[in-house]
Design a protein around this ligand. Sequence first.
Ligand code: ADP
Length: 646
Amino acid sequence: MKFSLGSVLAISLAGLQFLAITIVVSTTYVTSEKAMLELARLRLAEAGKNASQHSQSFLKPARETAELVSRVFESSVLDVEDAAEVEKFLFQSLQADQHLSGLYFGDEAGNFIYVMRSSGPGPFRTKIIDVAEDGRTTQLIWRTADFSVVEQRYDPEDRFDARQRPWYESATKERQSIWTAPYIFFSSQQPGITAATPVSYPDGRLRGVIGVDIEIAAISEFLANLGISENSSALILNENGDVIAYPTFEQTAADGALDFDSIASFDDPVARAAFAELAANGGITVTRETLSEFEYRKNTYVSLVKPVLGKDVPWTIAIYAPQNDFIQTIKDNRRRNVWIAAAVSIVTACLGLLLAELILRPVRAFAVRTALVSQGEALASQPLPGTYRELERANKTLIDEIAQRREADAKILQLNRDLSHFSRLDLMGQMATGLAHELSQPLTAISQNVDAAITMVKEKPDPDQELIGILTELDEHAHRGGDIIRTLRGFIRKDKGESKPFDLNALITQTISLLQNEATTNDVDIRFARRTLPEVIGNRVQLAQVLVNLVRNAIEAMADADSTQRTVTIRVEPKGDHAEVSVEDTGPGVSPGITLFKRFETSKTGGMGLGLSLCRTIVENNGGKLWYDRESLEVSRFCFTIPFQA
Ligand code: ADP
């Protein structure tokens, strides 16, 4: 299948344009994708930092509070034995920091004072366990923010023993501030952790332990509101690989047993894919912030892990977000732009086709014209249809080429014609040589016989003068005939012949008498305006041939045209150093289709078209010129010159 130049141009144009737009779109896409991914990483890092700071804002004050309360208890500022005083101090400390959910002090004897936030009947609740020799009492008091009692009662069923709780055990074991692992708080049933600090007697013995509770739900809530991206998620993992805080955290351990999900069995598959590896070796040891990428179900995600605090609280913040959250918009844009590019390309292709059609129209017209010119149906010289400079140049070259081939064709034709005529001429030459040879013998015989006859007549006593005259003229004609034959032979042999001075008037008179018979037959009157002239020089016989030819052409022209007036006038005139002879007739003139003096140009059925060119050659060989006088309108006149004898 072949396409037109126009459609190839248009399609190529549209294709290139599509390619260009697609490249630009893709480059822009890659650049913006890079920028967006960089933004994603920044957002993740920022979120990690926020989560870390936020977690610390929970943890640090809790620990500081525990240590502060411990120092106060160890000093003599507060009477630790006075439960009411201790409760009030703990109440004030709890109110000072809204992140704390409860504050308590348990001692080695089993006494316990616990102040916590409550959901009712008052906003705060105190639990006081008093262990005496006669047994233990557990008192519950609900208070308002200004410490006034809302409700109070005893709980005889209570069996709580602080000394057996993990926070108490760890703090007494370490004899320094500790953080517990996350666990479910006894009272609120909420997951949380406790900062615990031991309290000593002045002698160094352990007196008890201060505990400060933080509910982790608040951290989860914070993580839920981090707002990194639409499908992102942030978790906090403890050192065992348990997920202790995540946006949708809901603790449901109704039996009080804490059971955090391990990251390996966490019900967020993306989080599993991202972070399960971290806990693969039994524990998580993330010591520095790390950003990475991972694939899950053919989607790429960016993730960040980061330690929350350090050794004391060995938690890890883990955040992930799908890349698409950041680059989906530009992906959509790219798709749209490619469609736009395709649409623009189609429109361009259509416009291109139109344009190509407009551009190609003159080219096609030119092609048609060229075809016509090559088939000879139009002339290359005909005006070119409106077109381009390049085509104009091509046209000029074409015309020149055609012309050159024609100038060349004509030459070949002429050469062919010349060749065939030359071969005929050659044949004629051979025939003429043969003829001349054949005729010279009878002519010689005639001349000898005439001479004998003249001698015989003259020897008679009364010679007949008229007979002698006739015989003498006969002798002259026989000699002239012989001369003509010799000249013809010489001419055919390219013999220049003899050049001698002679009387031009006499030659003309003789020529007229030679042609008289022919003239009379054709009803032609030959006139000769004689002038006295010096002798001319040349080959007399050849010039006689010229005269014969010119006068015979004149007779034939008038006879063929059936002219009413039939006169041939021969004039001689001295012109400087030469004589000018003119032969004019009252015939129709040279027909327009004839190129005079051109060999083989003839209007006659039996003509050869060689006479005039032969005459011109003879005249020029004899130092003269021969021409046709175009200024003579009424008559046709041929002229030639012969030089005078110097
Ligand atoms: P040919 O006589 O064999 O045709 P010429 O060379 O003598 O060859 O003449 C060429 C042609 O010139 C003639 O055929 C004729 O058409 C034209 N021509 C020559 N002389 C005359 C004349 N006097 N008047 C008109 N036409 C002439």
